[in-house]
Write a protein that binds this ligand. Structure first.
Ligand code: ATP
Ligand code: MG
Length: 277
């Protein structure tokens, strides 16, 4: 039966609804059929993580919010899976951070690039940059090297969820600070990015938007509060990374300094020990 016929009380309701979004993305030409396989890999990791946002993800979300907020020229790189799963939240993130949205896909297709652009515009985006054939980043050879001259080319921070390892590495080699979302802490992408949110894109994006909005309003620091609450709930002792540059961080007296290698180690430990469920 279609997932839309599944009652919300069904234990796999969210997973089934999310599958339906990806399938709809393929049907409307936004997502490549290969994207279904990438989604399946993500589902497997999410299952092992208990389909929950863990402390390590809350910490990465808090750090990502700070870095996006402090960025001079942030860009959100959108592919077919990310668009099908979370077009509205990506547009909301662009609004909260002032980041530009730019389309970039793995399998070359001008039609699919346009379909992604249209879906983002329908979701409320005011502007969506397209990769031209005039400007490219270095250290990568295929279709994904093409960038928009007012977008990724001059970006200091790139938020690029569900990315392949090659392109993530190329963005870093081009001097960008890269924030990714990847449920697999063992992937090349997860290991190459400076900030890796090991969580489902559909769960972490609303939290990231909230965290940026809290920083924007300067009321309470909800991003840090989320991480602190999760810390308390998980009752874990997180080591302080003494190598991090304390001068670049705001006052987080009760929160640990961010370390991406610790995030990945914690996520991997959760997977291997089966403590996600
Ligand atoms: P890499 O090239 O980085 O080693 P990969 O080849 O294993 O990664 P890709 O197919 O390039 O993986 O990208 C898909 C990645 O996105 C996978 O690691 C998968 O776990 C992750 N992923 C898929 N769906 C989601 C989702 N909804 N939220 C977060 N991560 C996801
Ligand atoms: Mg890959």
């Amino acid at each position: 039966m279609p997932a839309s016929d599944v009652p919300p009380t069904h234990p796999r309701y969210l997973s089934l609804i999310t599958r339906e979004r990806i399938v709809a993305g393929v049907e409307r030409g936004v997502t490549s059929p290969h994207g279904l396989i990438a989604h399946g890999r993500g589902e497997a990791f999410d299952y092992l993580l208990g389909e929950a946002t863990h402390l390590f993800a809350h910490e990465a979300i808090a750090e990502a919010a700070k870095v996006l907020k402090a960025a001079r020229h942030p860009v959100i790189s959108v592919n077919g899976n990310a668009c099908a799963l979370a077009a509205g939240d990506l547009v909301a993130l662009a609004g909260a951070t002032g980041a530009k949205l730019e389309v970039n896909i793995f399998h070359t297709s001008a039609e699919r690039e346009q379909a992604i652009r249209n879906m983002l515009l329908e979701a409320g985006a005011r502007e969506v940059l397209m990769p031209g054939r005039t400007h490219a980043i270095q250290h990568i050879e295929h279709n994904r090297k093409w960038v928009h001259p007012e977008g990724i080319l001059i970006a200091d921070v790139v938020f690029v969820p569900l990315e392949d390892g090659d392109r993530c590495g190329a963005l870093v080699q081009n001097g960008k600070t890269v924030i990714t979302v990847d449920l697999n802490p063992l992937s090349r992408t997860a290991k190459t990015a400076q900030i890796t949110i090991v969580d489902n894109l559909t769960r972490c994006l609303p939290l990231l938007v909230q965290a940026v909005q809290a920083l924007n309003t300067g009321t309470t620091d909800n991003a840090n509060a989320n991480a602190d609450n999760a810390n308390a709930n998980a009752n874990v002792n997180v080591n302080v990374n003494v190598n991090a540059n304390a001068n670049s961080l705001p006052d987080r007296t009760h929160a640990p300094l961010y370390s991406n290698s610790r995030t990945l180690a914690e996520a991997e430990r959760t997977l291997r020990t089966g403590t996600g469920n």
